[in-house]
Design a protein around this ligand. Structure first.
Ligand code: 7TS
Length: 405
C-alpha cells in the first residue's frame, strides 16, 4: 500500500513548517495527532457561521447546532458499530470517560472486599480512577503483568479472577509498548466469569477498526485529539444494560428529567451522562475527523503505518547501543527506546534542535518505567502523514547525536 504523500500532507498544513531552521518532523502522534483542514474548517464553520447552545432553543441556530451535534453521535455510533446511538456518551476525553465509569459503575456495583483488575501496561488514566474507586469502597486493585517483550501475560488472567472481581479495565493498545492486546480473548475470559470489561481505546482508534458488538466489550473509551479531531472531546461507549443501571456522574442541566427541592429525576440516555453545555463544537469536529479517516480507510492507514514501523525499527536496530521497550510482533507505530547511555531528555532536546519532535519522560506510565527499571524513555510514534524520508532524517539525526556523546 502506498499513499500519495503530497495529497495527504496537503490536508495537514501544520506539517509544512520549519522548526529550528529545518523542516519539522512530527513523531509525537501518540500524544496528540494533527488535524486535517476539513476538521479545522468544520470548527470554523461552527464558530463563525453557526452557533447556539444545543438541546435548548427553538430558534434556527439552536436547531442547526443540535442537529450537527446529534449527527456527530450517529457518526461515532457507526464508527464503533454500536447497537444504539444512546450508548454513545460525549465526554472531555478518555480520562473523563474512564473516570465516569470508575465513579458511577463502582458507586452502584463495588463493595468492600471486591476486586478490580487492570494491567501493568496501563496509562495512568486507566489506573488512578480505579485506585480512587478502590479507596472509596475499600476494594482491592489487582494487576495483570506483561512480559519483557511487551506481551501481556494473558495466561495469568484466570488466576487473578475471583468471585469478588467486579470489573476489568485494559488498554487496547499500550501507549508505551505499542502492544495490541488480545482484548477479544480477554473479554471472552472475563465474560465467562460474568465480569464486565472496559477497553481504553485511546491508542487503538486511530489505527484499528473497532466493532464494539463483535468485541462484546461493556465500555470503550477514546479521545478526539488522538484521532485527528479536536482536544476536549471524547467518547464513552457503554452497553445500555450497564448505563441504564449506573447513577449519573455529574449533576446539572440537561441530565435531569424534573427537578424539585424534594427530589430530582434523571433524563434518558445519553443525556443522563452529559450534564451541562457539552463541547458541541468539539463533537462536530470529531465527527468530521472520523469521516475523513473513513474516507482514507483505517486498513490503508494501518498498513502504511506498519511499513513505517518496520522501516524505522530495522534502521534503528542497525545502530549500535539501541534498546527497545516493547517488541511484540503485534504492535502499532510506537517505538520506545534508549540509545546508549544518552538521557532521554538530552536526546529529546537534541532531536528538537534538529527539527524532530519526539516524546520523552515517563509517558504517564510509571509502572512501565518500573518494569524496565528506567526513569524515562524516548518515544517516536508515527502517523499516516509521516514519510520514509522523515525516518531517514530521524536515523541520520540519531547517528549524529550518538557521535556527539
Ligand atoms: N489512555 C491511553 C492508552 C493513552 O495513551 C492516553 C493519553 C490516555 C488514556 C489519556 O487520554 P486523554 O486524551 O484523556 O489525555 N496518552 C498520552 C501519551 O501517550 N502521551 O501524551 C498523552
Amino acid at each position: 500500500m502506498t499513499f500519495n504523500y503530497k495529497d495527504i500532507r496537503k490536508d495537514f498544513p501544520i506539517l509544512d513548517q520549519k522548526v529550528n531552521n529545518r523542516p519539522w518532523i512530527y513523531f509525537d502522534n501518540a500524544a496528540t495527532s494533527q488535524r486535517p483542514l476539513v476538521v479545522v474548517e468544520k470548527i470554523h464553520e461552527f464558530s463563525l457561521q453557526t452557533n447556539a447552545n444545543i438541546h435548548r432553543g427553538t430558534h434556527f441556530h439552536a436547531i442547526k447546532t443540535t442537529e450537527a451535534y446529534e449527527n456527530a453521535r450517529d457518526i461515532v455510533k457507526e464508527f464503533l458499530h454500536a447497537k444504539e446511538r444512546e450508548e454513545i456518551i460525549f465526554t472531555h476525553g478518555t480520562t473523563e470517560s474512564i473516570n465516569l465509569v470508575a465513579r458511577s459503575f463502582c458507586e452502584r456495583f463495588l463493595s468492600e472486599g471486591d476486586e478490580i483488575i487492570v494491567t501493568e501496561m496501563e496509562h495512568h488514566a486507566n489506573i488512578v480512577p480505579w485506585q480512587m474507586a478502590c479507596e472509596r469502597h475499600h476494594a482491592k486493585l489487582k494487576v495483570l503483568p506483561f512480559a519483557d517483550n511487551g506481551n501481556l501475560e494473558t495466561d495469568l488472567l484466570e488466576s487473578l479472577i475471583s468471585s469478588r472481581t467486579k470489573i476489568l479495565a485494559i488498554a487496547h493498545v499500550s501507549n508505551t509498548l505499542g502492544t495490541v492486546n488480545p482484548i477479544k480473548e480477554i473479554i471472552r475470559i472475563a465474560h465467562n466469569h460474568n465480569i464486565p470489561v472496559l477497553v481504553d481505546g485511546a491508542q487503538s482508534v486511530p489505527h484499528i477498526t473497532i466493532d464494539v458488538q463483535d468485541l462484546d466489550c461493556d465500555f470503550f473509551a477514546f479521545s478526539g485529539h488522538k484521532i485527528y479531531g479536536p482536544t476536549g472531546i471524547g467518547v464513552l461507549y457503554g452497553k445500555r444494560a450497564w448505563l441504564d443501571k449506573m447513577p449519573p456522574f455529574l449533576g446539572g442541566g440537561e441530565m435531569i428529567d424534573k427537578v424539585t427541592f424534594e427530589k430530582t429525576t434523571f433524563n434518558e440516555l445519553p443525556h443522563k451522562f452529559e450534564a451541562g453545555t457539552p463541547h458541541y463544537v468539539g463533537a462536530i469536529g470529531l465527527g468530521s475527523a472520523i469521516e475523513y479517516i473513513r474516507k482514507i480507510g483505517l486498513e490503508n492507514i494501518a498498513a502504511y503505518e506498519h511499513q513505517l514501523l518496520t522501516y524505522a525499527s530495522d534502521k534503528m536496530k542497525e545502530l549500535g547501543g539501541m534498546k527497545f521497550f516493547g517488541e511484540s510482533p503485534n504492535k502499532t507505530g510506537v517505538i520506545c527506546f534508549q540509545l546508549d547511555q544518552i538521557h532521554p531528555f538530552d536526546l529529546g532536546t537534541l532531536l528538537d534542535q534538529l527539527g524532530i519532535a519526539v516524546r520523552t519522560g515517563r509517558l504517564c506510565a510509571d509502572p512501565v518505567m518500573d518494569h524496565y527499571e528506567v526513569t524515562a524513555m524516548t518515544r517516536a510514534s508515527f502517523s499516516f502523514y509521516n514519510t520514509m524520508e522523515e525516518i531517514d532524517r530521524f536515523i541520520d539525526s540519531l547517528i549524529r547525536i550518538q557521535k556527539m556523546f
